[in-house]
Design a protein around this ligand. Structure first.
Ligand code: CIR
Length: 248
């Protein structure tokens, strides 16, 4: 994780209707998230804030990690390029793979499911990014299934779709895609709970957004333990649950 910088409100956002985020509340929410990960048995490294990158605490986006592979993403958002360089020293025990120059991808578009990987193709990730990531993942696990998912309506694929339990997806109705999801059971959230489509399973628990009763009910059915987290100040900056940590 990376500590949010005091200028984090200068990051990119489409959610201006939610108002400006409060820094001290964001720090408290960030610390609660870190503690929840520790409580699930994870060792958490929190890097210092870096004011050069107001979105730099969304550490999920600059790298995709799979076993010993750390795929360095080039974001479709120019202001976010450079965040990955600042993370590299901490990932030195992994095999870092650089994408070709035309490949754009954000980690938030990469959804690892139980039996496949879905890669959103949208504003931040393109077909060349998908192809480069697929090749890199295949070098780790020959024949791994990686599908491109053209989508719109939300920032990242995982803003609108994640896996609650093996083959159970949870979806924000704002996500627009023609991609075939009939291989999975899909929990459709009401529009007011759209932010809860970004769930994060961790060591037998699943983390979901607070104050989303339908998502909570679905999580209770499919998951052993459910942890709720209030990330209101990050939602104001288009952030979801998964984006605040890079897990490996
Ligand atoms: C951005 O627009 O890039 C940031 N303000 C939010 C990134 C959220 N990342 C994610 O959902 N994976």
């Amino acid at each position: 994780m990376r500590q949010p910088a005091p200028n984090f409100a200068q990051g990119l956002t489409t959610a201006t209707h939610l108002g400006a985020p409060d820094y001290s509340l964001a720090l408290r929410q960030f610390e609660a998230y870190a503690q929840a990960l520790r409580d699930c048995g994870l060792e958490v490294t929190v890097l210092p804030a870096d004011e050069r990158f107001p979105d730099g605490h969304f550490v999920e986006d600059p790298f995709v990690i799979f076993r010993d592979l750390a795929f360095h993403c080039r974001s479709g958002a120019p202001t976010r390029r450079g965040e990955g360089e600042s993370l590299k020293p901490y990932l030195s025990r992994l095999r870092i793979v650089e994408p070709p120059p035309d490949a754009l991808i954000d980690g938030g578009d990469v959804l690892f499911c139980a039996n496949r990987v879905l890669v959103g193709i949208g504003d931040r990730s393109n077909r060349a990014g998908f192809e480069a990531l697929r090749a890199a993942l295949d070098s780790v696990q020959r024949g791994i299934r990686v599908d491109p998912v053209p989508f719109g309506g939300v920032l990242h694929l995982k803003s609108g779709l994640t896996e609650l339990a093996p083959n159970v997806l949870i979806r924000d109705p704002a996500l627009l895609t023609e991609f075939d999801l009939t291989w999975a059971e899909v929990v459709d959230l009401p529009p007011e709970e759209g932010r809860a489509a970004d769930v994060m399973p961790v060591n037998g628990s699943v983390f979901i957004a607070a104050d989303c009763p339908r998502a909570h009910e679905a999580a209770m059915i499919h998951c052993e333990r459910v942890d709720t987290l209030d990330l209101s100040e990050f939602v104001k900056m288009d952030g979801g649950l998964t984006c605040l940590s890079l897990r490996y």
